[in-house]
Design a protein around this ligand. Structure first.
Ligand SMILES: Nc1nc2c(ncn2[C@@H]2O[C@H](COP(=O)(O)OP(=O)(O)OP(=O)(O)O)[C@@H](O)[C@H]2O)c(=O)[nH]1
Ligand SMILES: [Mg+2]
Length: 196
């Protein structure tokens, strides 16, 4: 995929603040600090388009990016970070569900999980929402560089089992080594109906 342009558009919490829905859109979801922003930056060959941080839970807004003036990427706020104030944690569910249920141009969601961790109830709930709202999903196991190849395969199979999926339904990825980047673009291209 050749990235000619990638620009931040706006941050939003509610539909009236979303940019006009006139281009196909792909959203990125996952636990806080899992590596959502790093994955987006890696896909776009940008070091700091999307802010990453060592402090989890920093992205608490829905951030919209315009790519090649042809489609949008949306960095959704992460869930599950205990230090986020209770009031913010409470608004996360409705904010995300409103986005999933109202965004007509949403073509799919990339759910990012840590390859070292068996997904929990939040990931399972998100996968249920995707099914409920008929949103196609791409499931990613990131930070693969943190494990040996043997351990990667072992975790890949355990996580697939925990999600009742075939192993082929998960893509192993690393923002550090760029492992899996081509595969992720292939999956996104299918949802956006182009060939990256
Ligand atoms: N080794 C390794 N570290 C990674 C990878 N992806 C992200 N990280 C690190 O994990 C930390 C969190 O990454 P972010 O991309 O900011 O994660 P996020 O999910 O956007 O986090 P929030 O927006 O705070 O919820 C940073 O220190 C990254 O450098 C990866 O593939 N490999
Ligand atoms: Mg982030």
């Amino acid at each position: 995929m050749i990235i000619k342009s990638a620009e931040f558009v706006t941050s939003a919490v509610k539909p009236t603040q979303y940019p006009v829905a006139d281009l196909p859109e792909i959203a990125f979801a996952g636990r806080s600090n899992v590596g959502k922003s790093s994955l987006i930056n890696t896909l776009l060959n940008r070091k700091r388009l999307v802010k990453t941080s060592a402090t989890p839970g920093r992205t608490q807004l829905i951030n919209f990016f315009l790519i090649n003036k042809a489609f949008s990427f949306v960095d959704l706020p992460g869930f599950g970070y205990a230090k986020v104030p209770a009031a913010v944690q409470k608004t996360w569910g409705p904010m995300i569900e409103t986005y999933f249920s109202t965004r007509e141009t949403l073509k799919g969601v990339v759910l990012i999980m840590d390859i070292r961790r068996i997904p929990g109830i939040q990931e399972l709930n998100l996968i249920e929402w995707f099914a409920h709202y008929s949103i196609p999903s791409i499931l990613i196991l990131t930070k693969a560089d943190k494990l040996s190849k043997t351990k990667q395969l072992h975790q890949h199979h355990l996580i697939a089992k925990a999600l009742s999926l075939a192993a082929g339904g998960l893509i192993r990825f690393s923002a550090k080594t760029r492992q899996g980047k081509t595969e992720v673009w292939g999956a996104i291209g299918k949802l956006l109906d182009f060939h990256p």
